[in-house]
Design a protein around this ligand. Structure first.
Ligand code: PXP
Length: 230
């Protein structure tokens, strides 16, 4: 069975746009788990545009499944991960101006550095995953730096490329996850790829949750308004 990691970054996006205490990130994580999430994923970005350090600490202490921390390959993030010890760290490329993660990590270009980061995280008991494009050279590099897992970037949604990259990586003994840009219309074909261990999905789930919850949310506000109305 393919596992589902639920990325709740965009629950924090809503909170950060107003600087409010709501929506509660832990409640979002616990509700995701109640819905069957096998893991909770968050990306602590350098610019802290959505998830904050406190969120990561609270999630690590309170979720029932396992925390997957997406992070840039920086010394600051390695120190945070070594202290908080999420079950997984997924190393992603990060640019300040991007709307979301654009493309996979170039492991080939910075092999020695990524190898060092993988070793430092693994010494802290963290499982390391590298978010890479469906590209055999990047898969070879991920294997060489000692990452046991890769997450294939599905953003471009080139199905034949993703399928062949998954098979190539699995042959090398890597555990293969996939994610980015998956939604209710395009998930089936990716989930059907043999041997994919986990899919990480965020934006489409948070968007869909608005509609699953809108009726109840308005109903409750209307109830409060009516109780108080004179
Ligand atoms: N996997 C990785 C490595 C990501 O960076 C993201 C986005 O934060 C996701 C999965 C989830 O992507 P989406 O929000 O498009 O489902």
């Amino acid at each position: 069975m393919t596992l589902l990691g639920v990325n709740i970054d965009h629950v924090a996006t809503i909170r950060q746009t107003r600087g409010t205490a709501y929506p509660d990130i832990l409640k979002a994580a616990l509700d995701a788990e109640a819905g069957g999430a096998d893991g909770i994923t968050v990306h602590l970005r350098e610019d802290r545009r959505h998830i904050q350090l406190d969120d990561v600490e609270i999630l690590k202490k309170n979720i029932k499944t396992r925390l997957n921390l997406e992070m840039a390959a920086t010394d600051e993030m390695v120190k945070i991960a070594q202290r908080i010890k999420p079950a997984y760290c997924c190393i992603v490329p990060e640019k300040r101006q991007e709307l979301t993660t654009e493309g996979g990590l170039d492991v080939l270009k910075q092999e020695a550095y990524i190898k060092q980061i993988c070793a430092a995280l693994q010494q802290a008991g963290i499982q390391v995953s590298l978010f890479i494009d469906p590209d055999n050279q990047q898969i070879d590099a991920a294997h060489r730096v000692g990452a046991p897992l890769i997450e294939i970037h599905t953003g471009e949604y080139n199905l034949p490329k993703i399928k062949s990259a998954a098979a190539y990586a699995q042959k090398k003994g890597l555990i293969v996850n996939a994610g980015h840009g998956l939604n209710y219309d395009n998930v089936n074909a990716i989930a059907a790829i043999p041997g994919i261990y986990e899919l990480n999905i965020g934006h489409s789930i948070v968007a869909e949750a608005l509609f699953s919850g809108m009726k109840n949310a308005v109903h409750e506000m209307k109830r409060l308004v009516n109780i108080s109305a004179k």
